[in-house]
Design a protein around this ligand. Structure first.
Ligand code: DGT
Ligand code: CA
Ligand code: CA
Ligand code: ZN
Length: 585
């Protein structure tokens, strides 16, 4: 196991112990042990374990050292297996309800005997939860909402998670000898922030072995439908997938159809009809004549297309990238030859807004720098939390100053090919002031300003709060505009249009937070905002080295927002960005 996986495991142990009402000191030992572990470099951890010297580290006692060692070498821990088995599964589900932690769940279990989410919902329904000490009407209502959201959210999946399931399946299909072409279509291909189900499209001659292979994949929990040329399955975790197999000559038409979106398809069909053509998943054929679309296509009197570009061309259009196919004006733009040249992942030269173990990150500064260098990035911005975000161990002025010194030293030593920029993710306080004085902010290369607390303000107050922060000349960019967590937490109320106006007026960048559960500011705002001159930064908001790769979902969202390279600050080379940051100060 890696140190992150071990740290996750220690946190899980702490949570389980807390659910069982164990001694708080014991619980805290696991939590602080996890944090200590994250501050150690991966290589150093291996060395310490090999030399049996883990206990020499402050905060790691004998029992903990033994468990860490066992996890590191075997990836398993009997103690944890037993602990898991001793906790009701319903109580673990309650942990996913916002506002419910292990302490409260234990109270619900002990005082009301609740064991499942359904029982909890019922207890909220008849007021028993509100009557408990430490709960009250408000928190009862919040729990009810949380359970309801969980049901609604449970039907969709983050793009990142869906892609992690889809990619190996697509690769496996591609490797089958019977298969000529494979594509993941649907919302996944369009890069939508959440995905309802996967839609695999395959061109193959010999169909049965492909269907067999698909239905017998290790992650498949249930085969929900199975026909001659299609199948549907459900994976562990609830994600469902459709597989459709077509003859090679139909592939392009089917790919276009099943990529969608529905709105885009409807408009494309209307366009075809206006040209005397009938467009369907089976082909593009003259509209006149008897029979269904399928029968017409089978008479093969229509277009033969090897690529979607040819299909678009037959309707007098430039190729429309899948991300733009939302029926939001892309067909008109393609007709006029006005489609933008969309930003690509390989355009990115670095990223701002990344955390380290100094605040709530899980990789050290040096690990982050090395990972950015491995990605070939020219620069990496470090923006740990500020002091008011105490739950994220935000830095105070002194710790920030020492981090800045450390970063300057790393840059001077040229240990990494990636230049490090000094920054902060500075809290926007409830009244719109910033968490650091201007004098402190002035010592940094850049400042990301973000809202992290008091989400309940009304729209006007929240909007004024954010705009006040943007008017501070030290603020370089606004972090996650709405604070939403996809499929988990709704956005706070804020007037996006007014914030965009203020950002443009004050030459402040708005970030496109690329964390798969944020993707905030939403892609639906970007096209118009960028046309009006707003600059974007695609920020991974990485909390560990792997998190840097989140820029990929950010690029998806940016492309859905019609963004070109010119509108994205972190596509610019180091010298230009350095200059840009300087002249903003
Ligand atoms: P999802 O799965 O909810 O995230 O969204 P999609 O877009 O993947 O939708 P899905 O899986 O229901 O269908 C895949 C594509 O198939 C969809 O984007 C467009 C096409 N499609 C499905 N049903 C219809 C329909 O009734 N009319 C048209 N024009 N296209 C459809
Ligand atoms: Ca789908
Ligand atoms: Ca589907
Ligand atoms: Zn943040």
């Amino acid at each position: 196991m890696t140190k992150h996986e071990i740290a996750d495991t220690l946190h899980e142990i702490a949570t389980l112990l807390e659910l069982k009402g164990e001694n708080p000191f014991k619980v805290r030992a696991y939590q602080s042990g996890a944090r200590t572990l994250e501050a150690i470099e991966e290589d150093q951890l291996a060395t310490l374990i090999a030399a049996q010297q883990l206990e020499s580290i402050k905060g790691i006692g004998e029992a903990l050292a033994q468990k860490i060692g066992e996890l590191h070498t075997t990836g398993k821990l009997e103690f944890l297996e037993k602990l898991r088995a001793s906790v009701e599964p319903g109580l673990l589900e309650m942990l996913e309800v916002p506002g419910l932690g292990p302490k409260k769940i234990k109270v619900l279990h002990d005082k009301l005997g609740l064991k499942t989410l359904a029982e909890l919902a019922a207890a909220c329904g008849d007021g028993r939860v509100a009557a408990l000490d430490g709960f009250g009407e408000k928190s009862q209502q919040k729990i009810t909402e949380g359970i309801r959201n969980r049901e609604a959210y449970g039907k969709r999946h983050l793009w990142w998670d869906a892609n992690a399931v889809a990619a190996p399946i697509a690769a496996g299909l591609r490797a089958l000898p019977q298969v000529a072409r494979v594509e993941s279509a649907g919302s996944l291909r369009r890069g939508l922030e959440t995905v309802g189900d996967l839609d695999f499209l395959v061109a193959a001659t010999d169909i049965a072995p492909v269907v067999d292979w698909f239905c017998s994949q290790p992650g498949v929990k249930e085969v929900t439908a199975r026909g001659e040329t299609k199948a549907s399955v459900r994976f562990e975790g609830g994600l469902q997938a459709d597989l459709r197999i077509v003859p090679a000559e139909q592939f392009v038409f089917a790919l276009h159809h099943f990529t969608g979106s529905k709105d885009h398809n409807v408009q494309m069909r209307q366009r075809a009809l206006a040209r005397g053509l009938s467009m369907s998943e089976w082909g593009l054929v003259p509209a006149a004549g008897e029979g269904t679309a399928k029968e017409k296509a089978e008479r093969r009197e229509g277009l033969k297309a090897e690529s979607e570009a040819e299909l678009f061309k037959a309707l007098g259009l430039k190729y429309i990238p899948p991300e733009l196919r939302e029926g939001l004006g892309e067909i008109e733009a393609a007709e006029a030859g006005e489609l933008p040249r969309l930003v690509e992942e390989c355009d990115l030269r670095g990223a701002f807004h990344n955390h380290t173990t100094a605040s709530d990150g899980r990789s050290t500064l040096a690990e982050m720098a090395a990972a950015a260098a491995a990605l070939g990035w020219d620069y990496l911005g470090i923006a740990d939390h500020s002091k008011s975000s105490y739950q994220a161990r935000g830095l105070d002025e002194a710790r920030l100053a020492s981090q800045v010194t450390e970063i300057h030293a790393l840059n001077a030593a040229k240990k990494f090919t990636t230049h490090l920029f000094t920054g902060t993710e500075c809290d926007i306080l409830p009244d719109g002031r910033l968490d650091f004085d201007d004098g402190v902010l002035a010592t940094l290369d850049y400042v990301v300003a973000s809202v992290h607390n008091v989400f309940t303000q009304d729209e006007a107050t929240m909007t004024a709060r954010i705009i006040r922060a943007l008017e501070n000349p030290h603020v370089t960019m606004l972090g996650h505009l709405t604070g939403r967590l996809l499929l988990k937490r709704e956005a706070y109320r804020v007037n996006a249009g007014k914030v965009i106006d203020a950002a443009i007026a004050n030459h402040v960048v708005i970030e496109l937070n690329a964390s798969p559960q944020r993707l905030d500011m939403d892609w639906r705002h970007w096209r118009r905002a960028a046309e009006r001159g707003l600059l974007c930064a695609i920020n991974p908001d990485a909390h560990d080295t792997a998190g840097l790769e989140y820029v990929r979902t950010g690029v998806n969202a940016a492309r859905k927002g019609w963004l070109t390279r010119e509108s994205v600050l972190n596509t610019r080379p180091l010298a230009e960005v350095t200059e840009w940051l300087k002249q903003r100060k």
